[in-house]
Design a protein around this ligand. Sequence first.
Ligand code: ZN
Length: 745
Amino acid sequence: MKKILSSCLFAALVILFAAAFILNAQAAGMEKNISGSVTKLAYQQSGNTEEIRIYTSHANILRQFVLEPNSDCKNYRIGIEIADAVIQQNGAFDINQGSVYQIRYANKQNPQAASIVIETTKKPDYTIKPSGDGKYLSVILNGSVSGQPAQSPAPGATSGKPASTSSPATTVPASNSQGTGTLGPVSVTVQGNTCLVRFEGINLNTAFGNTGKKPAIELREKEKILQVTLPGQDSRFSEGFIPGNSVVYGVLVSYNKELNSTIIRIVFDDAVTYTHEISGSSSVLKINRGSSGNTGSTGNTGVTSPTTTPAPAATNPPQTGNDTSRSDSSRASVNASFSGNSVTITAASTSGYRIYTAGDPSRIVIEVPGTVLPGEKTMGSGALYQKAVLSQMNASTARIELYASELPQWTVDESATGLKVNLNRSGAANIQAGDGDDVALKLIGTNIVGKYRKYADKIIAENDVKNNAYAFMFPADLIDLGQGSVNINNALISTVTTLTTPSSSFLKIEKKDATKEFSIVEGSSSNELLIVAKSGSETPSKVPASNNTGIVGNINIRNPQSSARGKLVVLDAGHGGSDPGAEFSGYLEKDFNLDITLKLEAILKQKGIDVKMTRSTDVFVGLEERAEMANSWGADLFVSIHNNSMPEGMKGSMTFYYPTSYKGKTYARMILDNMYDKLNMGAMGSSGLRSANYVVLRQTKMPAVLVEVACMSHPDDLNLLKSEAFRQKTAEVLADSIIQILNQM
Ligand SMILES: [Zn+2]
């Protein structure tokens, strides 16, 4: 049953997350009232598109254009001037969603116009038209959301772009017309996401002009250029540039004297594929966004299969640069200013910066190498963080830490003068960052450990190797993870996405390392669970397959053997030899203790667990000696087995831990819970879990638990202990508990 559910999990997740993103998109509307004859700006996402509504009764577009990124502004800008409209106060409207960074509005005179600038992180492919009711102008950004989160381009990604300024258009609607143009026989047109470059009257498969040489078509993927080389010089061509669209930046035509060739360079920013077709006597290059995996250098006959797969999004920020060799005098100072939900970091250079999360406590860390802070300081809280600390991490790196118990989502804008880190409420809930070494994440909730023990067998975990992801499905009673995405960017995971339905919460982890798998362990308080990385090199268990899905019913989401192996448990059969322990009706505690402990040893060894015994026969061993044995063997866990003598009427199991040992207490509780559940020994209720200053608990250096299996003083329990079957069942429950504990270590 569980296996079937499990194999369906990812299919269910795909559907649910898809639904969630649509819901998110619909919910992602924002608006801002402004004064004048433009009264309001509104932004919303819907599926793949974004819409900006400019509320005005004026519909005559005076001018519209697209500006490419340049040294003043790293983003694209759509400029729209609305004739006769008036804006009374200039301003800006921060969006930071989808591909839209900000919308600015300003008044212009001579002639009178409202100027609206939409700043986008991607090359825009837009249309503008009045709404049906005439209340607003609708600017639609097509396909700007799909596959590419709003993210600043990776450093260096902007180099090599043609320096285009603007391409004015005149009428409403404008459709995609900004990508069309002609330069001699070369014309560029746009059909949806396809860019067509037509060579009028030129067949690129045949010798060109009177040179006798064939043209060459070369896809230079690294340089992101599709280059057509025409031998010789053709008077029909003039040097120049045709602006492109969202697929290509544009087409450059130039004559290279040295090569005596006319070079046509089609420049793009993402991977593209192209096909070469002959239409009449003309060659047509059909260019699509995407990567074919083809080597691309296709020569005259080059035809690569077009694909619509989007190119990968911008890569992670670069790792810390090598700035340690800088002298002090060359280190630039850095400053951070906090405003609303953003932190602006100004420095001579922020190159090589890193942003990641760290745990204990949960925080976002921004490292700027090659910089020094004027002095360490702690700033107050912002809406999405409780505290900001600026410090010098080491001689060459300054650090800004934003402490946030609920991690916000963050994006980074880079500029010539520094970085702007924008924070947004993520929508994901009850998640904190882990240390990134072993702990990938923390799940937070009141008594979540208790709930975990109750619901552990309802948790489904799934490794999606193909998509480099790992997913958990939790019952809603265990945790509410909200709905959203958070960048974690520690050594283990890049991003987590959550989704909550009335019955379940889903957690999808985007892994850094495809070989990693994750599991859940109890945290250092009853209010946290840890999601930890399992080692990728673990070998399959020696246990028969039928045992693999969990021995103890309540914690079974991973192979119980995998991390228990390689750890040593020391078993301590209480009393022995001249020390009989409790004695009732001729039965001696030492004999029950030894019998149960030997049975326990046999089960653990059969399951591949390393076990050592403080005694295996009926001999006397001192208490200090027992502790010393476990210490010298380097045990990971010490479990002492006893049976009880209690006042009349009392029966059932008890477990003991050393008073200050949190782990001891956790493990004692786990064993007791299993004794209660599996052996029906719960008569003591909550008083069954106790701390005690016993020698074997105090002097052992590892977590230690002392178990009182049953009360020999009570006739019911004594009858149980007389039963071989009960002693065997007890050993099995203890073995399962020990494996469960070793798995958590
Ligand atoms: Zn005892």
